[in-house]
Design a binder for this molecule. Structure first.
Ligand code: SF4
Ligand code: SF4
Ligand code: SF4
Length: 249
């Protein structure tokens, strides 16, 4: 009897999950990056309370809006806007935050939809599976390092530098090259989105040449001419930036 009740309950949960997928607009189906610790059962556990959003000290988490249908109000991370800072001390504003025992989003979640992960460098260095939000993919054809021997911002900013993001792909002979040649080792990338965030190969930089209302930062100006050349040659349909987080297959 108990087994029957449990299986009925899990059947209803599965049904809820499938229902959510059916009502999910196409552009959300393979693109939603969840906070670290969100497991396969995330959708059936998340009650849309927003406590993870409130708890994130870096404002990395947002809620999907009503255009997401059944997924409205569930938390997600848009690395183009703000990546996950893994609750480390220094934030994007240059100010320090107190280090919490667990990653704050999982600590605040009342249902276990986002699991608790200890917040320390040893845990991060082991790259636990439950921490993986997605994985980065690099398009060498529009990468400033591969094309112009410039940049390397993704490599320098990756929290798992020399592990998830390496300088030079193993086994490729790159003689007489001095600059960085980024390579993502997908076994270790957690999909935090920092590389995605800092990569300057972005559409608004290319557009700023024609649209004078777009103001570039000093950082963006440094790369603007090269970015325009690369994006112009690649065409409108190219996916940007040159390194971006996608869901794991
Ligand atoms: S791990 Fe920390 S920085 Fe990342 S989403 Fe969770 S609360 Fe925000
Ligand atoms: S998403 Fe980018 S910055 Fe984050 S671990 Fe992966 S390669 Fe590094
Ligand atoms: S930040 Fe972007 S353009 Fe720069 S090296 Fe990395 S992928 Fe290439």
């Amino acid at each position: 009897m108990k087994t029957a009740q449990i299986s009925r309950r899990s059947f209803i949960k599965e049904l809820g999950f499938l229902g959510a997928l059916l009502f999910l607009p196409l552009n959300y189906r393979d693109a939603v990056i969840r906070p670290p610790g969100a497991g396969k059962d995330f959708l059936s556990r998340c009650i849309r309370c927003g406590q993870c959003i409130e708890a994130c000290p870096y404002d990395s988490i947002m809620a999907l809006d009503i255009t997401a249908g059944a997924l409205a109000h569930t938390p997600y991370i848009n690395p183009l806007k703000t990546p996950c800072y893994l609750c480390q001390q220094r934030g994007p504003d240059g100010k320090d935050r107190p280090i919490s025992k667990y990653l704050r989003c999982g600590e605040a979640c009342p249902t276990g939809a986002i699991r608790k992960i200890l917040n320390n460098k040893e845990v991060l260095a082991k790259v636990p599976e439950e921490m993986k939000m997605g994985v980065s993919v690099l398009n060498r054809d529009i990468c400033l390092a591969w094309k112009y021997d410039s940049c390397g911002e993704c490599y320098y900013n990756c929290p798992l530098k020399d592990k998830a993001l390496r300088d030079r792909p193993p086994g490729e002979l790159l003689e007489d090259i001095t600059g960085i040649r980024p390579y993502v080792d997908q076994r270790y990338c957690i999909g935090c989105g920092m590389c995605n965030y800092v990569c300057p190969v972005k559409r608004h930089i290319a557009k700023s040449y024609m649209d004078r209302t777009i103001k570039l930062t000093y950082f963006e100006e440094r790369y603007a001419a090269m970015v325009r050349n690369l994006i112009g040659a690649a065409g409108e349909s190219v996916k940007l930036p040159a390194i971006r987080v996608v869901l794991r297959p």
